[in-house]
Ligand binder design. Structure first.
Ligand SMILES: N[C@@H](CCC(=O)N[C@@H](CS)C(=O)NCC(=O)O)C(=O)O
Length: 224
């Protein structure tokens, strides 16, 4: 593979594809303005991918593109059927548009240290928490008794779901929640110990105790 791609955002890797990385952290105002010029429809949200003849935004499109570019890892389903590919896209959309958006209504307003924090509204965080706990219980039911979400081997969506869950585990889902959700945690452990994932994210941070619903401190731009 000779083509050269740049991923804008945080860590990224794709087997046998050369990926240059360009750090963009929108809520800490790191490279946001230049990023928005290059990707006007991104609204300053990462990731984006730039290649020899393409500029692609939206996580699902990027992951789909990279999976097809090098199909050796079978990230769209081992048997290559249209059904498995559709199921992979379905779970990817669920993880990205539903699970992440719901969870982030809970954890995002509680994260300290942003220069451009989202609005903090006590009742909105409570509502986000309630909706998150209901949705996560449904996920626990789906993961109960299955090792991987689509077919008998890991796919893109196992990574999607585990990485979205990891954001919850990092900020709001403490030990008590983890012990009450053994299926979701077993799936998370399978993904985090899967070699290609471990190489990109060697350690995940898991909080012990759920934080209280209080407004975090804001960092003034240029002071950190
Ligand atoms: N629709 C976009 C949303 C991406 C998104 O929300 N990215 C987050 C980081 S994971 C972000 O950049 N957030 C910054 C912000 O909300 O201002 C996608 O699916 O890629």
């Amino acid at each position: 593979m000779t083509a050269y791609f740049t991923v804008y955002g945080y860590d990224a890797a794709a087997e046998a594809i050369t990926l240059n990385k360009s750090l963009v952290v929108p809520r800490k105002d790191i490279s946001k303005a230049a990023y928005m010029e290059t990707f006007p429809l991104s609204q300053g949200k990462t990731p984006a991918l730039e290649g020899p003849d393409a500029k692609i935004t939206e996580t699902i499109a990027i992951a789909h593109f990279l999976s097809k570019l090098n199909p050796k890892s079978h990230l769209l389903g081992y048997d290559g059927t249209l059904t498995h590919e559709a199921l992979v896209l379905s779970y990817a959309s669920f993880a990205n548009q539903e699970l992440l958006q719901t969870l982030s209504r809970w954890f995002l307003p509680l994260i300290p240290g942003f220069t451009d924090p989202p609005p903090y509204i006590y009742d909105a965080v409570e509502a986000g928490k309630k909706a998150s706990l209901v949705l996560l219980d449904k996920l626990e039911g789906v993961l109960d008794g299955v090792e991987w979400l689509v077919g008998e081997s890991p796919t893109l969506v196992d990574i999607f779901v585990a990485v979205v869950l990891s954001r919850g585990l990092q900020w709001v889902l403490g030990r008590q929640w983890r012990e009450a959700h053994p299926a979701a945690m077993a799936h998370f452990e399978s993904v985090r110990s899967w070699k290609p994932v471990k190489e990109v994210i060697p350690e995940f941070t898991l909080i012990e105790v759920e934080p209280p619903n209080v407004q975090p401190t804001k960092v003034v731009s240029g002071m950190n």
